[in-house]
Write a protein that binds this ligand. Structure first.
Ligand code: BGC
Length: 758
């Protein structure tokens, strides 16, 4: 296609038409110019392609449901997630789908967000790494992705109208930080804007977001598509950089574009930018089409591998797990028979098969089964409960398959609480009184309160807890492999499990008031908050057990004096000291020791997953640069890495530091200084260049106060302490020295500003 030429010969109406979809899943074709349509489909953890001749947009082909994002992130495994991306890419090529919608990279602000299962983490770095791996995998097969939902779509409640009220630093340092490296490094073909507003402006018409930040700052060259139905003012969207409206508005918004051009609100050049990007996407997708077939069973096996590697072992007292086949084992709970392995809404995949734990265990061991509770509602069924108790009494070990019923969490609405159904809690409580060897397997898209892992809350604690999240269609096989030790758990939590919902930092402002939700907790999301407040949590971010043990030793850094000019490395040795092969997720956090702004205690800046045979050691090398020390400066409107002391922490989880090393970072950038008479004496003295000015001021001030006599030493000290928080202009009010005037002080401040900014 000669896009320049096409732009010249398209009519205004045709241009406007190209800026919206033909139907739910296709762009428009312009036959007279041989411009074909392309197809997009959901995403993200499977292909939800609408069938030909489908009766509704949700009537999709049979595909493979991989683990959902909430699970995948716990794998901390870029390579494996990349494999999933490749598999999705193959399916899309085979099915003639040009763009698969996802992954979702929104931050988990509250455990209640109904769509948390589709998002990766509470930590922007981890979310960005897994999203980038997903995108690279898909796009390596010549298929596009749509990084979504850009941005600040952190709740489902009123998602199409709510305004996320976020301060500049929080927006950039947390919410946009999950997207920025993905856009810069993995280069998604498309970005999907979110439904919500940010600080009063819909994302779909937010120029600052879609053009100033996304394109101009981050260098995005692809197409921006609306979330389905997210358009409010279509012409405003074109001006802001929203290229394609999906699914279209039955032509109404096309007419609005035409009218805006005719009325002079939009220029043809502005419209052309969007049309060009639509045409470029069509072109790119045509150029990337290849014949490909895909093997369902191979992808099912990959789904199992991903589920195995994403599962998190949260508790394992007395080596309750792995199970021994020769013992009498009972599986209890409806999810053993019918696993809950994906969430509701647009990501719902029609799996070509699912394997339950009960089916998978048949080849491994003999187990008895009791359903225990109804799968779809929170109602105790005394008969089911009694059967379960009897099965537990007759068994050596019991595995309870618990979790959230489908109706508890979905796209489109948020949870109201963090509890498991009462009927399940009641059953677990009763089972622990008849059998002391209880393990719980969880199927949930987001954290739940876990009263049964402690004796503080009236429970006899269960011995083991295995978190499978919504682990995809092969979750049953994966669970059985993990329970019986054919596989060794190696996932770690990508989010904190608080003790109770009320502990979560967003609690007071979620989901907001009417159409506004204030992100008043600021940058203190997830572990950044619990850490800073030194609060106990049920399970911390980055936590997960294994059937083997790891030891950390020999940290070294390539230099102790670091600068923004030169990247550096941090190394350590990890040894598998147990008798089973396993994988460890080594986490590197940075702790600022001398910050001049409010900062979290520590932040994740790198991680590696290392596979180690029993007894094996490996050296892990992290490559870092100044960005490891950065925060978002509202003075610079940019990232800033401040000079100072930092600890580099090598951790096995966010609350367990194994090794640390202290470094000094020297920045060549200085924040601009704009001191005014509202600054305090303390502010002046915080600069060594301010000493002279301070001495002069104090001299003038003391001279007046002491009737012209020199202050004695004690008086000086008192003055110093008092003056520390006194604004400069107040010195004038408290001094009758005629030389101490506002004008004089202003000159001194101007002089100091000049020295400091020189
Ligand atoms: C969802 C998107 C999805 C789209 C198409 C929207 O409601 O928010 O994530 O890709 O529908 O199904």
């Amino acid at each position: 296609m000669d896009i320049n030429h096409i732009l010249e010969i398209l009519t205004l109406e045709e241009k406007a038409a190209l800026c919206s979809g033909a139907d739910f899943w296709h762009t428009k074709a312009i036959e007279r110019l041989d411009i074909p349509q392309i197809m997009v489909s959901d995403g993200p953890h499977g292909l939800r392609k609408m069938k030909d001749n489908a009766e509704s947009p949700n009537d999709s082909i049979e595909a493979v449901c991989f683990p959902t994002a909430a699970a995948l992130a716990c794998s901390f495994d870029r390579e494996l997630v990349g494999e999933m991306g490749k598999a999705l890419g193959e399916q899309c090529q085979a099915e003639n789908v040009s763009v698969i919608l996802g992954p979702g990279c929104n931050i988990k602000r509250s455990p209640l967000c109904g769509r948390n299962f589709e998002y990766f983490s509470e930590d922007p770095y981890l979310a960005s790494q897994i999203a980038a791996a997903h995108i690279r995998g898909v796009q390596s097969k010549g298929v596009g992705t749509s990084l979504k939902h850009f941005a600040a779509n952190n709740q489902e409640n009123r998602r199409m109208s709510v305004s996320a009220e976020i301060d500049e630093r929080t927006l950039h340092e947390i919410y946009l930080a999950a997207f920025e490296p993905v856009v810069r490094e993995a280069k998604p073909w498309t970005v999907m804007c979110s439904y919500n507003k940010i600080n009063g402006e819909y994302s779909s018409q937010n120029k600052e977001l879609l053009t100033d930040i996304l394109r101009e700052k981050w260098g995005f060259e692809g197409l921006v598509v609306s979330d389905w139905g997210a358009v409010d003012d279509r012409a405003g969207g074109v001006l802001a950089g929203l290229d394609l409206e999906m699914p279209g508005s039955m032509g109404k918004n096309d007419k609005a574009i035409v009218k805006a051009v005719e009325d002079g609100r939009l220029t043809m050049e502005e419209l052309d930018k969007c049309v060009r990007r639509v045409l470029e996407l069509v072109q790119k997708s045509l150029d990337s089409r290849t014949e490909m077939s895909w093997d369902k069973e191979r992808h099912h096996k990959l789904a199992k591998k991903l589920a195995v590697n994403s599962a998190v072992l949260l508790r394992n007292e007395d080596n309750m797990l792995p199970l021994d086949k020769s013992q009498k084992i009972a599986f209890i709970g409806a999810f053993a028979e019918k696993p809950r392995y994906q969430g509701g809404g647009s990501s719902h995949i029609r799996s070509f098969k699912t394997v339950s734990a009960l089916e998978a265990v048949k080849d491994i061991a003999e187990v008895t089964y009791a359903q225990g509770f109804p799968i779809d509602k929170d109602e105790t069924d005394p008969e089911l409960e009694q059967q379960a108790i009897e099965a537990a009494m007759a068994a050596d070990k019991v595995v309870v398959f618990a979790g959230l019923p489908e109706s508890f969490e979905s796209e489109g609405y948020d949870r109201r609480h963090m509890h498991l159904p009462e009927c399940q809690l009641d059953l677990i409580s009763k089972l622990t009184t008849v059998n002391e060897n209880i393990a719980v397997v969880l199927h949930n898209g987001s954290p739940v309160e876990l009263p049964f892992v402690t004796d503080d809350e009236g429970f006899k604690p269960v011995k083991a807890l295995l978190e499978m999240y919504l682990g995809g269609q092969a979750v049953g096989e994966a669970t059985v492999d993990l329970l019986f030790g054919m596989a060794n758990p190696c996932g770690k939590l990508a989010e904190t499990f608080p003790l109770r919902l009320e502990d979560n930092p967003s609690f007071l402002n979620f989901p907001g008031e009417g159409d506004k939700v204030r992100y008043s907790e600021g940058i203190f999301i997830g572990y950044r908050y619990y850490d800073k407040k030194d609060m106990p949590v049920r399970y911390p971010f980055g936590y997960g057990l294994s059937y083997t043990k790891f030891e950390y030793s020999d940290i070294s850094v390539s230099a102790y004096e670091l600068s923004d000019k030169k990247p550096f490395t941090v190394e350590c040795t990890v040894t598998n000291t147990g008798d089973r092969d396993g994988a460890e997720i080594v986490q590197l956090y940075i702790e600022p020791l001398t910050p001049t702004v409010i900062r979290p205690i520590k932040e994740l800046k790198a991680f590696e997953k290392v596979y180690l045979k029993a007894g094996e050691s490996k050296r892990v090398i992290f490559r870092l640069d100044k960005s490891a020390f950065a925060y978002w400066s509202v003075q610079l409107h940019d990232w800033f890495s401040e000079s100072g002391e930092y600890n580099i922490l090598i951790c096995e989880s966010s609350d367990s530091v194994c090794l640390e090393e202290n470094v000094h970072f020297n920045s060549s950038v200085r924040l601009p200084v704009k001191l005014t008479l509202d600054n305090t004496d303390g502010d002046i003295r915080s600069f060594k260049e301010g000493d002279e000015m301070f001495r002069q001021m104090l001299g003038m001030f003391n001279a007046a106060l002491n009737g012209g006599a020199d202050a004695n030493e004690e008086g000086d000290l008192m003055m110093l302490a008092m003056a520390n928080d006194m604004p400069l202009h107040a010195m004038v009010s408290f001094s009758d020295n005629p030389e101490l005037t506002r004008e004089r002080l202003q000159m001194m401040v101007d002089n100091l500003n000049a020295i400091l900014n020189a």
